[in-house]
Design a protein around this ligand. Structure first.
Ligand code: PEP
Ligand code: MG
Length: 755
C-alpha cells in the first residue's frame, strides 16, 4: 500500500462516506470502484457478483469497458476470477496472462492489463463475489495490498448481503447471497416445520467495521484477547468443568488458539489496515472459515468450530452483547438453527413457538434427537454450514420426514409445504377424535395401546392420546440429557411426577439402560470393541450395584401407596433376573426397616431383547410377573445387524418368518403361563407391523406418542381373525421363505386399512 493515495485507512473512511450517501445501489458500486482504483493506484477495479445460477457477473468496473457491466458473465470454473471465487483465496499475479487459468473477454478490453489481484468477497465463510484490481505494468502486489483489498471486500460483502443489488437483477440471475437453497440432511425427528430462522448462537452483527482511531482499536483488541485468555484459564481451573472430560478438551483447544500468535497477529494486522477491532475479528474469522470449509479432514473441521466459538466470544467481549436469543421472545414460528445444541438448551425455548430445528451436526441416536421427538418438533441434522448460510428471520422449511431443508423457499415450494402441514393437521384432528374410542378390532378383540415415554415432556401425551398406560418408561433419558448424574432426589421427583400424571394408569419403569449407544456425557466412557454387546444395562447394574440400588430406592419411594411396575433391560439369563429381583427385595426390606411407607404392590418383569432368553422362556415366565419385548434389540441381535447402521438396515425384515416366529414363540409361552406380555419396540409403532403383531397373538403394544393415532386407526378397522388366518400358514414350518410383508400389505390394502 505504500505509495497509494492515503493508504487503506483513508480508503475505508471514504468508503464509509459513500455507504452513507442516499444513492442507488449501482451508483454506490460505481463510486466504490473508482475510489478503490485510485487508492490502490490501479488502472482497473471491478466487482463480480456470484449469481444464483452459479455464474459470476460483472457488476461494476473502473478501467474496463463500461459497456461490459452486467453483460460479462463467467462460469465459476472459468478464468482467474472463477479461481478466486472457487478457492475463496486471493490470487495475486504480476503476469496474469501467463497463468493457465487466464481467459480473456474481448468486450471488457482487459488484454492490455498484465498484473492481477483478486480477492474473494466473503461473508461467514461463503463466497458472495470477487473484487479485482488490475494494472497495465507487470506489478507485484505487496502483502499489505492484498490485505487491504481483503479488508475492502468486507464492505462489498455488506452491500451484497443486504440484498440491495437483488432489485436490479433479472429473475434467475439474482446475487447468490440471498438465493433459495435446497439442502439434503439427515431426518432426525419427524414432522414439518415452516417458519423463520432463529440462530441459537446468533452471529454478532458488526455494524461498525471502519475504525476512527486505529491505535485505540488495537488497544481494544489486545484487551479483549487478554480478557478472553484469562476467562478460558479460569474455566479450566474451575473444578466443576475440569471434571467433565469432553469440555476440558474443547477448552484446551480454545486456550491453544487464544495463545496462537498467528491468529492474534492476523487480527492485529487487519486493524492496522483500518478496521475496527470487531471488523478485524470478523474478517479473520471469515477467511479462516472459508479455508476450513474446503477441508475434508474431520479433525480440522472440528477445529473450525473451536475457532468460530472463540471468535464469537471475542466479539461478545468487544460489543458487550450477551450470547443467545432471549428464549421467551423468539418469533411464533421459530426454526432454531445451530451447529449443535444440548437437549437442555432446546427445552429452554418456549415449546409453543418452536416449529423445527436444523443442525450442522446431530445424530439419529443423539440426546437432542430424543428430546426433539418427545417434543414433536421436526428436526434435521447434518446440514452442512447451515449456520453460515442463513440470516436471522430468513424463511425456512424443515422437513423432518425426508431430511430436506428449504432456505428462503420459492413461493410454490412454500405453498406445497403449507398444504402438507394442513393435511397433517387434519389427520391429527381425526386421530384426536378417536381418543375415547376403545381400542378394539373390528371383530371385537381388545388390543391395549400404551405409550413409550422417558421425559417430563412426554407426560401430556397420556391424556392427549387416551393411552391405557405407559408401557415403557426409559429412565435413562433423564440421565442422558443431564449434565451430571441426577441425584436420587431428582430421580424421585421425576418418577413421582410420572406416576401423578398417569393417575390410575399403569406405568412400567425400566431401570437404567446405559452403555451401548446410550452414553452419559459425564461418565467416563469405557473403550469397548463392540459396545452394543458390551458392558451395558443390567450387566453394569449388577456389577456396580450402587447405582441400580439407589435408582430402585428412588422408584420404590416414589410409588408409596401405589403400584410399582419395574423391568430390567438386556437380561440374557434367568439368573440375572433373579439377582436383580433380589436387589428390589433388599431395598424393600431396607425401606421397611427404616419406617418408610411402601408401594401397595411391586410387579417385577423383564425386557426380552437378547435371543438367548428365547431358549429359557419356560423358566423365565415361571418367575417374572410380566415381560416386555424390546424388538429393537431383539431383532438386531437375531440378525446380527446393527440397529443404528443404515448400511445393514435393509438386509433383514422384521416381518420375515424368522423374526415373526421368534416373537410368536414369546407370545405363546406367555399366554400359556398366564403372564402379560407387551411389545414395546419400534415395530409396534408402524401400523403394518402392529397388524402382524396382533395377528401372532400380541394384545398389548407400547408405541411412540406420534404413532398412537395411526396404529389405533388401523386396529379399529382390522378383522383380526382374517389376519391371523393369513399369517399362521405363512409361519408354519416349511412355508415359503420370503417376508410376510408383501402378503400383509396386500391384505391391508384389500381391506382398506389405513396404514
Ligand atoms: C428395544 O430394544 O426394543 C427397546 C424398547 O429398548 P431401547 O430401544 O430403549 O433399546
Ligand atoms: Mg433395548
Amino acid at each position: 500500500m505504500r505509495g497509494a493515495l492515503g493508504g487503506p485507512r483513508v480508503l475505508l473512511r471514504r468508503l464509509r462516506e459513500v455507504m452513507a450517501e442516499p444513492v442507488s445501489a449501482q451508483d454506490r458500486l460505481d463510486k466504490i470502484v473508482v475510489l478503490i482504483a485510485a487508492n490502490m493506484v490501479a488502472e482497473v477495479c471491478s466487482v463480480y457478483v456470484l449469481r444464483v445460477d452459479g455464474t459470476l457477473e460483472l457488476y461494476a468496473t473502473e478501467g474496463l469497458n463500461r459497456t461490459a457491466v452486467h453483460l460479462t458473465v463467467m462460469r465459476i470454473d472459468e478464468g482467474l476470477v472463477g479461481t478466486v471465487a472457487r478457492e475463496a483465496e486471493p490470487v495475486s499475479l504480476s503476469n496474469a496472462q501467463a497463468h493457465p487459468a487466464f481467459s480473456y473477454r474481448p468486450e471488457t478490453g482487459e488484454e492490455i492489463y498484465h498484473s492481477f489481484l483478486g480477492v474473494p468477497i466473503l461473508r461467514a465463510g461463503n463466497t458472495l463475489g470477487v473484487l479485482v484490481v488490475q494494472n497495465r505494468a507487470h506489478r507485484t502486489y505487496t502483502e499489505e495490498e492484498v490485505e487491504a483489498l481483503q479488508t475492502t471486500a468486507m464492505v462489498l460483502a455488506e452491500i451484497i448481503a443486504s440484498g440491495e443489488l437483488t432489485a436490479m437483477a433479472r429473475p434467475g440471475a439474482e446475487p447468490a447471497a440471498r438465493r433459495p437453497l435446497h439442502i439434503k440432511g439427515l431426518a432426525l425427528s419427524e414432522g414439518i416445520g415452516l417458519g423463520h430462522v432463529v440462530l441459537h448462537e446468533p452471529r454478532i452483527e458488526v455494524t461498525k467495521v471502519i475504525a476512527d482511531d486505529v491505535p485505540g482499536e488495537l488497544t481494544r483488541l489486545d484487551e479483549a484477547i487478554e480478557t478472553l485468555r484469562s476467562s478460558i484459564d479460569a474455566m479450566l481451573e474451575d473444578e466443576g468443568v475440569a471434571r467433565v472430560g469432553e469440555h476440558r478438551e474443547i477448552l484446551e483447544a480454545y486456550r491453544m488458539f487464544a495463545n496462537d500468535r498467528g491468529w492474534t497477529q492476523r487480527m492485529r494486522e487487519a486493524v492496522m489496515t483500518g478496521l475496527t477491532a470487531e471488523g478485524a475479528v470478523e474478517r479473520v474469522q471469515s477467511d479462516t472459515r472459508a479455508r476450513m470449509l474446503r477441508m475434508t479432514d474431520p479433525y480440522l473441521r472440528e477445529r473450525m468450530h473451536d475457532i468460530d466459538d472463540l471468535a464469537n466470544r471475542l466479539l461478545r467481549q468487544l460489543t458487550g452483547r450477551a450470547g443467545g436469543p432471549e428464549k421467551s421472545q423468539i418469533p411464533d414460528n421459530a426454526i432454531i438453527v445451530a451447529r449443535n445444541m444440548s437437549p437442555a438448551a432446546l427445552l429452554d425455548y418456549d415449546r409453543a413457538r418452536v416449529r423445527g430445528v436444523i443442525l450442522e451436526e446431530g445424530a439419529a441416536t443423539s440426546h437432542l434427537t430424543i428430546v426433539a421427538r418427545a417434543l414433536n418438533v421436526a428436526a434435521v441434522g447434518h446440514v452442512e454450514n447451515i449456520v453460515g448460510l442463513v440470516d436471522p428471520g430468513d424463511a425456512v422449511i424443515v422437513d423432518g420426514i425426508s431430511g430436506e431443508v428449504h432456505v428462503r423457499p420459492p413461493a410454490d415450494v412454500e405453498a406445497a409445504y403449507a398444504e402438507k402441514v394442513r393435511f397433517r393437521a387434519r389427520r391429527l384432528e381425526r386421530y384426536a377424535a378417536l381418543r375415547d374410542v376403545p381400542s378394539v378390532t373390528k371383530d371385537g378383540v381388545p388390543i391395549e395401546l400404551h405409550l413409550n415415554a422417558g421425559l417430563l415432556v412426554d407426560l401430556p401425551h397420556i391424556a392427549e392420546t387416551g393411552a391405557v398406560g405407559i408401557g415403557l418408561f426409559r429412565t435413562e433419558l433423564q440421565f442422558m440429557i443431564a449434565s451430571a448424574f441426577p441425584r436420587t432426589n431428582e430421580q424421585l421427583k421425576l418418577y413421582r411426577s410420572v406416576l401423578d400424571a398417569a393417575g390410575d394408569r399403569p406405568v412400567v419403569f425400566r431401570t437404567l439402560d446405559i452403555g451401548g449407544d446410550k452414553v452419559l456425557p459425564y461418565m467416563r466412557a469405557i473403550e469397548e470393541e463392540n459396545p452394543a454387546l458390551g458392558w451395558r444395562a443390567i450387566r453394569l447394574g449388577l456389577d456396580r450395584p450402587g447405582l441400580l440400588r439407589s435408582q430402585i430406592r428412588a422408584l420404590l419411594r416414589a410409588a408409596t401407596g401405589r403400584e410399582l411396575r419395574l423391568i430390567f433391560p438386556m437380561v440374557s439369563a434367568v439368573e440375572e433376573f433373579d439377582r436383580a429381583r433380589h436387589i428390589v427385595e433388599r431395598e424393600l426390606t431396607h425401606l421397611r426397616r427404616h419406617g418408610h411407607d411402601l408401594p401397595e404392590r411391586v410387579l417385577v418383569g423383564v425386557m426380552l431383547e437378547v435371543p438367548a432368553l428365547l431358549f429359557q422362556l419356560e423358566e423365565l415366565f415361571s418367575k417374572v410377573d410380566f415381560a416386555s419385548v424390546g424388538s429393537n434389540d431383539l431383532v438386531q441381535f437375531l440378525f446380527a445387524a446393527d440397529r443404528g447402521n443404515p448400511r445393514v438396515a435393509d438386509r433383514f425384515d422384521s416381518l420375515s418368518p424368522a423374526s415373526l416366529r421368534a416373537l410368536k414363540l414369546v407370545a405363546d409361552v406367555a399366554a400359556r403361563h398366564g403372564k402379560p406380555v407387551t411389545l414395546c419396540g419400534e415395530i409396534a409403532s408402524h401400523p403394518l407391523e402392529a397388524l402382524a403383531l396382533a395377528a401372532i397373538g400380541y394384545r398389548k403394544l407400547s408405541v411412540s406418542p406420534a404413532s398412537f393415532g395411526p396404529v389405533k386407526a388401523m386396529l379399529l378397522e382390522l378383522d383380526l381373525a382374517a389376519a391371523s388366518a393369513l399369517v399362521a400358514p405363512l409361519l408354519a414350518n416349511g412355508a415359503s421363505q420370503g417376508s410376510v410383508r408383501s402378503r400383509l400389505k396386500a391384505f391391508a390394502e384389500a381391506a382398506g386399512l389405513p396404514l
